[in-house]
Design a protein around this ligand. Sequence first.
Ligand code: AMP
Ligand code: GLY
Length: 423
Amino acid sequence: MNILILGSGGREHAFAEKIKSSKLCNNLFVAPGNSGTEKTAKNLNIDYNDFPAIKNAVLQNRINMVVVGPEDPLVNGIHDYFLGDSELKHVIVIGPQSMAAQLEGSKNFAKEFLNRHSIPTAIHKTFNKNQIDEANNFLESLPPPYVLKADGLAAGKGVLIINDLKEAKNELYKMLCEQKFGEASNQVVVEQFLKGIELSCFVITDGDSYKILPTAKDYKRIGEGDKGLNTGGMGAISPPPFVDKIFMEKVETKIIKPTIEGLKKDQIPYQGFIFIGLIKVKNEPFVIEYNVRMGDPETEVVFPRIQNDILEVFMSLHNKTLLDQHLLIDNKTAVTIVLVSGGYPENYEKGHEIIGLGKIDSSIIFHAGAITKNRKVVTSGGRVLAVTSLSKNYKDALSISYKNISKIYFKNMYYRKDIGFDL
Ligand code: AMP
Ligand code: GLY
């Protein structure tokens, strides 16, 4: 088969390595890809939201399957676009249609879905700009801190957690009446703050049955001790040691099964990954959010643990035979540490040469914001590399990654030295 992966991050590099190792893989392409995917696949210089350009590439390269990495092409309807085009409708798309992608594209849609199917989540209300008074009253009825969420996609920045009531009211006004997050904050979800430990739960579904992939914990804040601004993710561990069998049984019964059943009841087709952001509050799971894709950097710890031929699994999504698949998971712990450009998640420089990549021993380097320029690997984004290691426990795996990181250098390189500090 000829495969096209859409995206350019560490997640897509991890996809590329796994897909390349499949006996079903013939030619592999990534659009637009990075300096890592370039070694494993052929990069195509195409924007993943440019559907006509993707169509040309699919026809020209006789692509049989498109694997979608990030959420925006899904929310923008790439799967629907393929189904609606007579020249593309035979191409398999891994990733849901836009109706299901609303689970990520609209926080209010996700909340209504959760409530309709009695899936545990924080209590909430949704408001528009004509409901400022009601919104303020609702804020007053909640204990601090206050959680405000822009309804639409806001590049991971649309959630505010604020301790002070007056400040929360101010920010709510800016979101609703001054378009703080553009159209994404035309509606705002106000919800109860849940105190607990977060984890990322991954499910793959063909719309009928599902399989649970390894769980992971993501470290989202830029600073050590989980301080400072939110990022895309600074490191991850799979499995997190606090996830035991009894807890996962609760997750499956109270969250995963009702989610899959809910999609069926609502007649929402789904073929792809569901990433359920959970919070464990006194041993009970609550849904924080749905994403309709894999996580990044979680993929860089989840995918190396999957031992199946991944294209066989993807084909079973298309054939609706996922139930017959048996997932083989490596019981080692995987960790990844993300190396970022100094200044990220705010302004940072690009174009610095990355050196030391040839000296890595026993870790896997997934490239993210890195490209090849004049035969050199240079930084091109905030999150630059993810350094993954597997070992019998997370502490050993972390020490392998940190040892290898000491051999890598680029100007203004920064990473968290405390991944796993809270476990
Ligand atoms: P989201 O984009 O919905 O995942 O929110 C971003 C981050 O905000 C989450 O990863 C949590 O750390 C935090 N968060 C969101 N909702 C809540 C909540 N109800 N209670 C506590 N923390 C939350
Ligand atoms: N690491 C979180 C995400 O991919 O959204």
